[in-house]
Design a protein around this ligand. Structure first.
Ligand code: CP
Length: 341
């Protein structure tokens, strides 16, 4: 359903709800557009006028640090006006429904909503009910999808290991509750990763996940053997109803990435984590900020990737990505590329 809802008739992005259903050429196009933004010598500070005159609203019904802030930075660097609805202080607390919140904000002539919600399918719901000129970006819905996280993860991997066909990727930890894992698996498959592994205790691996084209490991050392990239996941205690683990200490002993464990792996292995981390649970603090960790690169790349997605949906011409306002005689205030670009 997402592919028909999130793509235009000619296959361009209309909304971004899920990685599922996006083609390899489209994913590659997003990553290459993000490269343009990331490589621009003006990507820090100065603005691109692609979304000048557009209004973007961040609606985060769940907590977030990096996703919300990098969406806001991305929109501002594209010259959009950005509003952040403070959910706890909004009329949601008086019982206003999601649909009525959408319609109310649409009346303010909003062009794009970035939504995070605890319910799987919330972004789809918004997209189904949004006015034709309004775009919806999914910033994480329940256990379902976190598409921009997967895109920034692919962007980060590609910068270090451009050939996905040679990659074995081990996704480790709480697979069951993870929207990041689902979106990363779809993205890795679409980009042609050689092998995708999920590694964790039986209680945290969803039944039937092999159907997504992954291999399951319940032993960390076996799962990491031969892996090029290790993607660790946070234990999502807020989504756990009942006891999934004897203790976090036991999880750390069996599935935590420690310096000692990492020292046994080849030095070129890359370590990733979408954040926020549980220090001393799925990862030791020294490993999180050690020389093999890409965690802070992932955060930084979130800005360029989110700029790319927003510009591809709302911008007039992403060929403009290499030129910031005032950076070239050919730049124009309305966001259109100058002649010859
Ligand atoms: N990775 C991620 O979604 O982090 P936040 O919850 O801080 O946005």
């Amino acid at each position: 359903m997402s592919d028909t809802l999130q793509l235009t008739a000619d296959g361009r992005l209309r909304h971004l709800l899920s990685i599922e259903g996006l083609s390899k050429p489209l994913l590659t196009d997003i990553l290459e557009t993000a490269e343009q933004f990331a490589n621009s010598r003006n990507s820090r500070g100065r603005k691109f006028p692609l979304l000048h005159g557009k209004t973007v609203v961040n609606l985060f019904f769940e907590a977030s640090t990096r996703t919300r802030m990098t969406f806001e930075l991305a929109a501002k660097r594209l010259s959009a006006d950005v509003l952040n609805l403070q959910i706890a202080a909004s009329s949601t607390s008086k019982g206003e429904t999601l649909l009525d919140t959408l319609k109310t904000m649409e009346a303010m002539q909003v062009d794009m909503f970035v939504i995070r919600h605890e319910a799987s399918g919330a972004a789809h719901f918004f997209a189904q009910h949004a006015a034709p000129e309004v775009a919806i970006l999914n910033a994480g819905d329940g256990r379902h999808a976190h598409p921009t996280q997967a895109l920034l993860d692919m962007f980060t991997i590609r910068r270090h290991r451009p050939d996905f066909s040679k990659l074995t990727v081990a996704i480790v930890g709480d697979i069951l509750h993870s929207r990041v894992a689902r979106s990363d698996i779809h993205a890795l498959r679409t980009l042609g990763a050689k092998e995708i592994r999920v590694v964790g205790p039986r209680t945290l691996i969803p039944a039937g996940i092999e159907d997504m084209g992954v291999t399951v490991f319940n032993d960390l050392d076996s799962g990491l053997k031969g892996a090029d990239v290790i993607m660790l996941l946070r234990l999502q205690k807020e989504r756990m109803v009942g006891a999934f683990l004897p203790s976090t200490g036991e999880f750390h002993r069996d599935f935590g990435l420690t310096r000692a464990r990492l020292a046994k792996l080849p030095p070129e292995v890359l370590v990733m984590h979408p954040g926020p981390i549980n220090r001393g649970v799925e990862i030791e603090g020294d490993v999180a900020y050690g020389e093999r960790s890409l965690i802070l690169e992932q955060v930084e790349h979130g800005i360029a990737v989110r700029m790319a997605v927003m510009a591809m949906i709302l911008g007039e011409d992403t060929r403009f990505a290499g030129t910031a306002r005032g950076d070239s005689e050919r730049s124009t205030m309305d966001g259109r590329a100058g002649a010859g670009q």
